[in-house]
Design a protein around this ligand. Structure first.
Ligand code: NAD
Length: 282
């Protein structure tokens, strides 16, 4: 059976681990503390419970047997025999740099590394390893279980056989892929973060309230969500990290992070995950 290591048990790591386990894959979910892992166990269990409320017509596998395919831990040696790694750790170069240095030594030679990042260069992370041909970007969308497509990013050295293996992997978990080349932020976040950032400037300048900014995107442009709701969903801390990376990477002032976003993050307003961002979540 294919075994997958999932690194980082935050918003994305939990979503990915759950999606893989629901597709019948064996998962090792790693994070830095038992406390975080306990929270992630509860988050996944709750999501699986909700799933049965929304899918009354389908025959669903019992949540317990899905959970049995997820093994939680903090020790990287658990990744010794995995076939793929999906890394979803904090959007910070130093954090990811340390992880790739470790897993390149621990994981078997043929293991493929999938990087789930918002903006960090796939080529630059791949260069930390001795297997750059087997490193690829897989930008899953949030919430993972609901979104049908994944933005797949080809690093400079990513091989065709790696792309084929990832295509097959994504088919197995019922995801369509859209392949793009590697530049920080790829297609999705290079564009979407400009919207989110400028929307924050609009609120900072008191041009409009958050609900009115988002209403214009939903009701006038027909978007499913406005930029500020999207920022809250992603996590404003992750948005700020991503904007800083885009700014640094392109040396272009259009990516300068809005001071209001920084202030909100300093105040602990991370969006949905902390209960408050541009909106309050009960
Ligand atoms: P998050 O803050 O919710 O979770 C990150 C997790 O990584 C935390 O639980 C943290 O403890 C863990 N972590 C940190 N250092 C670690 C280490 N050395 N080993 C193992 N775990 C470690 O962040 P998130 O929103 O889940 O984002 C994770 C990644 O996915 C980021 O790179 C982000 O840019 C990307 N991403 C996020 C979204 C989104 O909507 N939030 C969407 C697509 C991609």
């Amino acid at each position: 059976m294919t075994k997958v290591g999932v690194i980082g048990a935050g918003i994305m790591g939990c979503g990915v681990a759950q999606n893989l386990a629901q597709s019948g894959l064996e998962v090792v979910l790693l994070d830095v503390s038992e406390k975080i892992l306990q929270e992630s166990r509860e988050r996944i269990t709750n999501d699986l419970r909700f799933r049965s409320l929304f899918n009354s017509s389908e025959i669903l596998e019992a949540s317990d047997s899905i959970m049995q395919r997820i093994h939680f831990g903090t020790d990287y040696s658990l990744l010794r025999d995995v076939d793929f790694v999906v890394e979803n750790a904090t959007e910070n170069w130093e954090v990811k740099r340390e992880i790739y240095t470790i897993i390149d030594d621990v994981c078997k030679e043929e293991c493929i590394f999938m990087i789930n990042t918002s903006c960090i260069s796939i080529t630059k992370l791949a260069a930390l390893t001795k297997r750059a041909d087997k490193v690829i970007g897989t930008h899953f969308m949030n919430p993972v279980a609901v979104k049908r497509a994944v933005e797949v990013i080809k690093g400079y050295h990513t091989s065709n056989s790696c792309i084929h293996a990832v295509e097959k992997f994504m088919r197995r978990i019922n995801k369509e892929i859209i392949i793009v080349n590697d530049y920080p932020g790829f297609v999705s976040n290079r564009i979407s973060h400009l919207f989110i950032n400028e929307a924050a400037f609009v609120v900072q300048d008191q041009v409009a309230l958050p609900e009115d900014v988002d209403a214009i995107f939903r009701k006038c442009y027909g978007h499913a969500m406005g930029p500020l709701e999207t920022g809250d969903l992603i996590g404003l801390d992750t948005v700020v990290h991503s904007l800083n990376i885009l700014y640094e990477s392109y040396q272009d002032s259009k990516f300068r992070c809005c001071p209001l976003l920084k202030k909100m993050v300093d105040a602990g307003l991370y969006g949905r995950k902390s209960g408050q961002g541009f909106y309050v979540y009960p």
